[in-house]
Design a protein around this ligand. Structure first.
Ligand code: 8Z2
Ligand code: NDP
Length: 310
């Protein structure tokens, strides 16, 4: 386990209350630690009590302030009750990090309806329910004028999505849900801007997080090769995602809303494995154009169906 020094100033979030879903492990745990280190009281949300208790104890050990709430973010009544209790206990919610999520690998054609719905509910519906309740119940507690009078904006929301910019082959359910969450981020940003609420997203690429441990051995082998497809030639860290989240929650991002920050080492920009030449060859253009097919590549011009028949 590593420790990172936050680049943000001490007490940046002093006096603020932040909710982190999925705060019991991985990226969410790291975000919760950093927010607490910056002075926030952090409420950790997840389904497994032991994980939440452990992280809350770690934060207390480090001198921070944290509590936890066990809740499945897909359970509408549970989310409503949880946000109500948190608002009653702390008076408000200043920050929401919609980080809970996950998926399992499967070819699109093999996805069951139940599996699809489980992943979409986790990565899209759950985030929607959390954001809506925090919005609704914050608005009931404080009017915009009261927020202004106290010199505070409304809650800042950050949604964790994923690198799904070119689809998400092998994880179609998650790609569809994350794309939905990115779109929801933009809509919420516009609809809630007049209440001083900012809504942004962070799209992690491949991160060496505790969550990667949840996969089976064949997937873990795949994951050990992923760095080759990243221009920066490594996986990201939990703390690099956390830094982007804390930036978006902070006043440094006061004029940013509806945006998605990618933390991915440039992976979606250059997914291919061919080497970049040191010098480009200039191509002479004389009005003709020619077409040739190198013999060794002929087979690769066939569609998979044609290739099967040969
Ligand atoms: C590709 C290369 C990229 C390579 C690139 C890889 C890196 C990608 C980057 C992303 C990395 C991460 O997100 S890392 C974070 C990973 N962390 C996680 O994924 C942990 C959280 N995940 C989960 O909780 C689960 O996966 C999730 C399905 C979302 C929620 O589960 P639930 O508790 O709701 O439900 P379960 O009861 O477990 O499952 C409900 C149904 O879902 C289906 N289901 C669930 N798990 C299943 C499984 N492993 N295989 C088949 N089907 C499954 C079944 O139909 C289940 O019903 P039954 O058949 O009746 O049981
Ligand atoms: N690691 C990576 O490379 C990437 C990760 N991401 C996303 O970042 C987020 C954090 O992932 P990471 O830290 O790696 O993985 P983890 O598996 O460690 O974190 C996921 C957390 O979400 C919680 N969670 C899952 N489902 C629910 C639910 N229905 N209700 C409440 N809590 C839930 C889990 O706790 P519990 O099971 O106890 O509820 C867990 O603590 C996820 O959304 C993930 O998909 C996106 C792109 C890349």
């Amino acid at each position: 386990m590593s420790c990172y020094e936050s680049i943000f100033r001490d007490a940046l979030f002093a006096g603020q209350v932040g909710l982190v879903t999925g705060g019991g492990s991985g990226i969410g745990r790291c975000i919760a630690h950093e927010m607490a280190r910056l002075g926030a009281h952090v409420v950790l949300v997840g389904r497994t009590v032991e994980k939440l208790e452990r992280v809350a104890a770690e934060i207390a050990e480090d001198g921070g302030s944290a509590s936890w709430w066990a809740c499945d973010i897909r359970d509408e009544a549970g989310v409503k009750a949880m946000v109500a209790e948190i608002v009653a206990a702390h008076g408000r919610v200043d920050m929401l990090v919609n980080n809970a999520g996950g998926q399992y690998p499967s070819p699109l054609a093999h996805l069951s309806k139940k599996g699809w719905e489980a992943v979409v509910a986790t990565n899209l519906t759950g985030g929607f329910l959390m954001a809506r309740e925090v919005f609704e119940q914050s608005m009931q507690t404080f009017s915009r004028r009261e927020h202004r009078a106290q010199g505070r904006p409304g809650p800042a929301i950050v949604n964790i999505i994923a690198d799904m910019w070119r689809g998400m082959p092998g994880m179609a359910h998650s790609g569809a849900a994350r794309a939905g969450m990115q779109n929801l981020t933009m809509t919420a940003a516009v609809e809630w801007a007049r209440f001083g609420i900012r809504v942004n997203a962070v799209a992690p690429g491949w991160i060496a997080s505790a969550g990667m441990e949840t996969y089976d051995e064949p997937m873990k082998t795949t994951i050990t090769h992923l760095h080759k497809s990243v221009p920066l030639k490594r996986l990201g860290t939990e703390s690099e995602v956390s830094a982007a989240v804390c930036f978006l929650l902070s006043p440094a991002a006061a004029f940013m809303t509806g945006q998605t920050l990618s933390v991915d080492g440039g992976a979606p920009l250059y997914p291919n494995q061919f080497p970049i030449p040191a010098h480009s060859n200039s191509l002479a253009f004389n009005g003709f154009h020619r077409a040739t097919t190198p013999a060794f590549l002929s087979a690769h011009l066939q569609s998979p169906e044609d290739a099967d028949q040969t």
